[in-house]
Write a protein that binds this ligand. Structure first.
Ligand code: NAP
Length: 253
């Protein structure tokens, strides 16, 4: 595979599973030194071990991305370890779905903090190292739900917030050689979507099948489908692309 990330350090949040693990793996396959960040160190470690077993370079770090002190400590740890951060993938996310009239304040706060505030905290902590280096790329995970999704007022607001935050950070950081983009996946087959199906009383396999039937490309996305676009946006192949949110949804709007 092309080695677009040789001698580059990539920090991927929420890297213990799903899209984050696939992205960490893809970046490592293309030569990046990857740091897998997750709140569960052992789980992040397992992904780093798998990357190393496949011949890549990876290590793990623990942090709760919604906590500033934790994020600052983890970013400092990565810079101590590798001297730089060239790529930041803001991938960690959670859902706490409920209809608006029932949604608790705790569920609102948790989803906004883990999905949106984390992008602010992680990018703020990492950008000062990128500014010093005069280059860098940030890619964050928005979602098709940003356009509105029943039962996801908190998640839709957070993911829509990422689109505005991305556009603004691109304006502010562009002059320092830092590109900031986002992706907006539709249905991607991961633990998150399987858990959502079960919460709605649906069989995850049935939901995948009916979603695929409604999708113009007649399939649901896989974590690797997102990883490849994130990796493109993080690479020099996207050197004139910034402030964008790219849909990865098989054409289902
Ligand atoms: P996932 O399988 O649930 O993976 C998310 C990872 O983030 C998990 O390892 C999770 O750890 C970790 N995480 C959660 N809260 C954290 C925190 N406070 N600090 C650090 N790590 C934390 O989800 P996914 O489906 O791969 O989704 C990845 C991203 O893509 C999310 O931002 C999601 O919103 C977005 N997205 C997903 C889809 C989809 O269809 N799957 C569609 C659009 C957008 P735990 O397992 O311990 O919670």
């Amino acid at each position: 595979m092309t080695q677009r990330f040789t001698e580059r350090v990539a920090l991927v949040t929420g890297a213990a599973g799903g899209i984050g693990a696939a992205t960490a793996t893809r970046l490592a396959t293309e030569g990046a030194t990857v740091v897998a960040l997750d709140r569960d160190l052992a789980a992040a470690q397992r992904v780093a071990d798998e990357v190393r077993a496949a011949g890549g370079t990876a290590s793990a770090v623990a942090a709760d991305v919604s906590q500033k002190a934790d994020v600052d400590r983890a970013v400092a740890e990565v810079v101590d370890r590798h001297g730089r951060i060239d790529v930041l993938v803001n991938n960690a996310g959670i859902t706490r779905d409920d209809l608006l009239f029932r949604m608790g304040e705790d569920d609102w706060d948790a989803v906004i903090d883990v999905n949106l505030k984390s992008v602010f905290l992680c990018t703020q902590a990492v950008q000062k190292h990128m500014v010093k280096a005069g280059s860098g790329a940030v890619v964050s995970l928005s979602s098709r739900s940003a356009r509105g999704n029943r039962g996801q007022a908190n998640y839709a607001a957070a993911k829509a917030g990422i689109i505005g935050l991305t556009a603004t950070m691109a304006l502010e950081l562009g002059p320092f050689g830092i590109r900031v983009n986002a992706v907006a996946p539709g249905y991607i087959a991961t633990d998150m979507t399987r858990a959502t199906a079960r919460r709605q009383g649906l069989d995850p396999d049935d939901l995948e099948r009916t979603t695929a039937e409604r999708t113009p490309l007649r399939r649901v996305g896989q974590p690797e489908d997102v990883a490849s676009v994130v990796t493109f946006l993080a690479s020099d192949d996207a050197r004139h692309v910034t402030g964008q949110t790219v849909a990865i949804d098989g054409g289902l709007r």
